[in-house]
Write a protein that binds this ligand. Structure first.
Ligand SMILES: [Zn+2]
Length: 394
């Protein structure tokens, strides 16, 4: 048996006035998802938890039937895993953004999407000046870098509370410093980074060119190594992941799933849709379980563009869902999303999401696939464990 999860990031939404009160999923032409709903089982599913970040990392962990309350430790360890850095038990991984701060305020969470080449030079400078046996910075992609601390808070217990820099644009950074046990070290590193980076020749050059300087690091999203059973141990299946997003690849790596790279997978509407579907078809020759994730609907929602979102959903329906369902008529297929991304609010929300399962014994044969039909189905799964039970065995 093949098990396939097709996830369109942030596909679910609220009804939009620009679409005459419809959601983008309702407004989109999605013959394949509608057919699968008619032949399968669908309803609403709660993926997110009230006290955890409202993001894909938590939601996809949940979709895979893991309890985020027990397993999720932070974004840092997932990004580290995606880079091939596996934490030891006394190590903590934090996400480090290269940011632009002006007059004490957070101006840009990405330092003008600084290039990876420039970021590496600045990260090297930080290691040289403030790195040690217990403090190590790792360059990543563009403004997205990592910090691994050893023995912070004795290597266990609660970590300092931190704030993502994209949430505090325009606000004074002093108001959003790390808090709690171990926060002093993070504050000290951030302060030192300002001195080191502001005077760095590379930043002086950027200012001269009119580019925002990467004049500070912002540390957030820290976590210890999560304790995760591998997918094979938990379910007895060999799995693979196809995604352009690093936290999702990191999660896959921690679950010992195969990470399948696809040329031209960009994380937006211009992604290589067909290439992703083809890569999944190929990977499933040797695997039992394939997760394919596309980011485009989420991106369109953050841009506040309902028409682009509709286009992304239609491409997902045609290039991914249709192609995969035609190729694997005997498989069990999940189609859905990780979380709601509201095009009106341009951010993620905690609402339950519509899902559909095809090829399972359970059926309720809804006529379409949408937030509204899922709500009227009366089916409500309170977590991914319930979903996985039906997906794998029901
Ligand atoms: Zn998003």
């Amino acid at each position: 048996m093949k098990y396939i999860m097709l996830i369109a990031d942030g596909m679910a939404d609220h009804s939009l006035p620009q679409l005459g009160g419809k959601t983008p999923l309702q407004a989109a032409h999605t013959p394949n998802m509608d057919r699968l709903a008619k032949e399968g089982f669908s309803g609403l599913l709660q993926t997110l938890k009230p006290d955890l970040p409202v993001g894909s990392d938590v939601a996809i962990l949940s979709l895979l039937g893991y309890s985020p309350e027990k397993c999720y430790t932070g974004r840092g360890p997932l990004e580290a895993a995606s880079q091939g850095i596996l934490l030891k038990s006394h190590e903590v991984a934090f996400r480090v953004n290269l940011v632009t701060v002006e007059e004490g305020k957070m101006k840009d969470y990405s330092a003008g999407h600084i290039s990876s080449r420039e970021a590496r030079i600045l990260i090297d400078a930080l290691n040289e000046k403030i790195g040690s046996n217990n403090i190590r910075f790792y360059p990543g992609v563009s403004y997205r870098n990592l910090l691994i601390l050893r023995h912070l808070n004795g290597g266990k217990g609660r970590l300092p509370h931190t704030t993502p820099p994209h949430d505090i644009i325009g606000e004074p950074i002093n108001k959003h410093q790390p808090r709690g046990r171990g926060a002093n070290l993070l504050k000290k590193l951030m302060k030192h980074s300002q001195e080191i980076l502001s005077s760095h020749p590379l930043n002086k050059k950027r200012v001269k060119k009119g580019l925002p300087p990467a004049n500070m690091i912002w540390i957030w999203g820290g976590g210890f190594k999560p304790k995760l059973e591998t997918l094979e141990k938990k379910y007895g299946v060999k799995g693979g992941v196809i995604s352009a997003v690093d936290v999702i690849n990191g999660l896959g790596r921690l679950l010992n799933m195969k990470i399948i790279k696809v040329r031209g997978a960009t994380g937006d509407i211009h992604t290589n849709w067909k290439g992703k579907a083809k890569a999944l078809i190929k990977a499933l020759r040797n695997l039992d379980f394939g997760l394919l994730h596309v980011e485009a609907p989420d991106e369109a929602s953050h841009m506040g563009d309902p028409n682009l979102k509709i286009k992304a959903i239609e491409l997902f329906d045609r290039e991914i869902v249709g192609r995969i369902a035609d190729k694997f008529p005997e498989a069990r297929i999940f189609v859905g999303c990780d979380h709601v991304t509201s095009t009106l609010l341009r951010t993620h929300t905690h609402d339950p999401v519509p899902f559909l399962l095809w090829g399972v014994k359970k059926k309720n044969s809804l006529s379409t696939f949408s937030e509204v039909s899922a709500r009227f189905s009366g089916v409500f799964l309170k977590n991914g464990e319930e979903l996985m039970k039906i997906f794998l065995r029901g």
